[in-house]
Design a protein. Structure first.
Lengths: 287, 443
């Protein structure tokens, strides 16, 4: 009896030591980013490096913040990330449901065609998409809906993802036919079945897709830069280039700006932690 | 059976999409190549005609209708501030009601990608900053400025000769020089004084001083930020050619001599690669090396905390040769009124007054000889070691030939190959062969 307790304790200690070590290794880049954001430019490049800043430079944050209209960038980033995530969720859920549950002529062919587009690297589409967006100028009153310097250009090309459709289709297919047929017997329409049964059963997968899309949208750099000229339409990641030039970089300011940039994502993570962890462990996916 | 059909269809679709992809990728270039000459002629004719009307109108009064000019640039921080200040000055003082709008497009890399995409979509801005090697694919869309320069420019010969050559290397004046810099040698003067040595002037100095430093401190003494630029400058310093439209020109005895000099620096531990730091400014600031060759604009990134910064012209051999970097102003607008308006702005930015303000404010170099001689710049130089060193080597300025199609690839390939050769501690002769082969493979 006693010996099992002791061995349990030893096991626990071992387990936690490994976990703590793992946590430290994972946390290191973040901690380093935060500490570096408080150093002076000479301290950040000092050899040997210092771990804790000798004299924390809180003014780095102030200076980084003043180099670009980050508040405006922040608002734009939220609009774009929320907009594209909302769009992706709608298109993904609807098409995944169609591909997994409904029967219609050409289903397999359409699905194969979609799969085939996964083979085209995104870089190859950039110029083509740019030309399309450039030539589309849609304005309602004073607001530009589509074209250069519009939210439409930032959001619409990203509201459908074949990969997520494929992923969710696989999840939906795992729902047994019996449930679908039982619902049919109870006079449940396809529409109702999707919202009332299919979605709740695959909540984690849907949340995971939403989160992954939100993160990639939050981090997008090249496309927002391409389709905007007006600084008022740019996003946070564009602001980071303000600290680099042809001859050097202000690392301490980049770090300060990066801290500002990741903060909202960390906050979102804290709130949605449960879903992310469940989603990731179930789907075997991570960002 | 059904499966087989699906599989066949799938393959067909993939093949088709792949082909379509290729076609898209190849198309713009092929198109440009074919129509290059034709369009070039028409643009030239167009501008000529315009210049004629301009000339006839000149005796009376030049009329430009009020308009807005969009200018894409890649300047940030202090540089952007000074550019904005100069532009505001122009906007408020020009008599035609021209408004120039500055659009920051991120770094040079971002700007060049964006210009390329915009060229494909026919959405180029009225004006932009650009390096020559970006322009190859869409040089037909760049406005020929020859007539503007001939009829309406204040003393073109006053512009530094190397810049004039660079701005006409496509066979016509396609640009005006703007934010120009040159590679100089930054060094730790305090340590050099401790060693009782003078700043290096020749290749030999670089070796002997380097050896003394390594012996005392253990670290590698030297570094260069831009390997491709360093190789070209070294070849020129040895009286050799570099690369032209036919391929590498330095598979010669002089080329081998140059390669021996470069490889010995690295193989003997006198010089090191910059690696993840990207620029040596940080390494020098941390006093972990003696000196490096880098852009004169990098001075602001060096923090001399507890030591004194020295700057000297790049060490040379048979001849002196100093690499010039920095972009030029190009005009894309096809609207004749806007061309006149953009030209007013370009004239302003390259005027003696503006170029001095620009140079003093940013650390870039003036584009006019007269600007160097102006009292204001002389006063600035007296207190700025970098500007002094840059001026000392201004007779040796050269720019890299960029008007051949492979120029962009050659630049990237040389930098990557040199890094590889240095890491492998390659013998000079093998390094020369490998580098020549790599360059010729880009054509």
């Amino acid at each position: 009896m006693k010996s099992t307790k002791v061995s349990n304790l030893v096991l626990d200690i071992l387990k936690f030591t490994i976990l703590i070590l793992g946590a430290i290794i994972t946390m290191m880049p973040f901690v380093w980013m935060i500490l570096s954001s408080l150093k002076t430019s000479s301290e950040i490049t000092a050899i040997p490096p210092t771990f804790f800043p000798k004299d924390p430079q809180w003014s780095n944050y102030q200076e980084a913040w003043s180099r670009a209209p980050f508040l405006r960038y922040f608002v734009n980033t939220v609009i774009v990330a929320v907009g594209s995530t909302f769009g992706v969720l709608i298109t993904t859920v609807l098409s995944a449901f169609a591909f997994s549950r409904l029967n219609f002529p050409g289903k397999k062919l359409i699905f194969s065609l979609l799969m085939a587009t996964l083979m085209i690297p995104g870089e190859m589409l950039v110029i083509t998409n740019y030309i399309t967006v450039y030539n589309m100028k849609l304005e309602i009153g004073e607001t530009r809906i589509m074209g250069i310097d519009s939210y439409g250009a930032l959001i619409i090309p990203w509201i459908a993802s074949v990969f997520y459709i494929y992923l969710l289709t696989q999840f939906f297919m795992q729902v047994p036919d019996a449930i679908y047929l039982a619902a049919k017997v109870d006079k449940c329409s396809d529409w109702k079945f999707m919202w009332k049964i299919m979605l709740p059963m695959n909540k984690q997968a849907v949340v995971t897709i939403g989160i992954l899309n939100f993160i990639s949208s939050w981090n997008a750099f090249m496309w927002p830069l391409l389709v905007t000229n007006d600084p008022n339409m740019r996003v946070l990641s564009n602001g980071l280039t303000q600290f680099q030039s042809e001859a050097g970089s202000d690392y301490q300011l980049i770090m300060a700006a990066s801290c500002i940039l990741v903060m909202p994502i960390i906050i979102i993570y804290l709130f949605l932690r449960k879903y992310i962890i469940e989603g990731v462990t179930r789907s075997g996916l991570k960002g | 059976m059904k499966k087989k059909i699906v599989a066949t269809l799938l393959t067909a679709v993939m093949a088709a999409s792949a082909l379509a992809g290729c076609a898209q990728k190849v198309d713009p270039n092929a198109d440009t190549a074919a129509s290059k000459e034709a369009t070039e002629e028409t643009t030239q004719d167009a501008t000529k005609e315009e210049a004629k009307t301009d000339e006839t109108a000149a005796p009376e009064e030049k009329t430009i209708e009020s308009c807005e000019i969009e200018f894409w640039h890649g300047m940030s921080n202090k540089q952007e501030e000074v550019l904005t200040q100069l532009t505001d000055e122009f906007n408020s003082s020009n008599e035609y009601g021209i408004t120039v709008t500055l659009v920051n497009q991120g770094s040079y890399g971002d700007l060049s990608q964006k210009l390329q995409a915009a060229a494909a979509a026919d959405g180029l801005p009225d004006m932009a900053q650009a390096y020559n090697n970006w322009l190859n694919p869409y040089i037909d869309k760049v406005v020929d400025l020859s007539d503007f320069v001939a009829t309406d420019f204040d003393n073109y010969d006053d512009i530094i000769e190397a810049y004039r050559n660079e701005c006409s290397e496509f066979g016509f004046v396609h640009a005006l020089p703007f934010n120009k810099s040159t590679y100089v040698m930054f060094y730790n003067k305090t340590v050099l004084d401790e060693l009782g040595l003078e700043a290096p002037k020749t290749w030999e100095d670089l070796t002997t001083i380097g050896e003394a430093y390594v012996e005392k401190y253990g670290n590698a003494a030297w570094g260069v930020d831009d390997l491709a630029g360093f190789v070209e400058a070294s070849l020129r310093q040895n009286g050799e050619g570099y690369v032209d439209a036919t391929g590498a020109l330095f598979n010669t005895d002089g080329g081998l001599e140059t390669m021996t000099y470069i490889m010995d620096l690295y193989n003997n531990g006198l010089a090191r690669l910059v690696g993840e730091d990207k620029y040596f400014s940080n390494v020098l600031s941390a006093q972990a090396m003696l000196g490096y060759i880098g852009s004169s604009t990098g001075a602001s990134y060096i923090t001399a905390d507890g030591w004194e910064l020295g700057v000297c012209p790049v060490p040379s051999n048979k001849e002196s040769a100093a690499y010039c970097a920095g972009t030029n102003l190009v005009m894309f607008t096809q609207d004749s009124n806007k061309q006149l308006a953009a030209w007013e702005y370009m004239k302003w930015l390259t005027s003696a007054e503006a170029t001095v303000t620009w140079a003093v404010g940013t650390g870039y170099l003036p584009v006019r000889t007269s600007a160097y001689e102006s009292a204001e710049y002389q006063e600035f130089m007296a207190s700025d070691v970098t500007a002094t060193a840059a001026y000392e080597q201004s007779d040796a300025f050269f720019t890299s030939l960029a008007s051949y199609d492979a120029s962009n690839d050659v630049r990237t390939a040389v930098a990557a190959k040199m890094e590889e050769l240095i890491l492998d501690e390659t013998e000079p002769q093998d390094a020369l062969d490998a580098l020549v082969e790599e360059i010729n493979a880009q054509f």
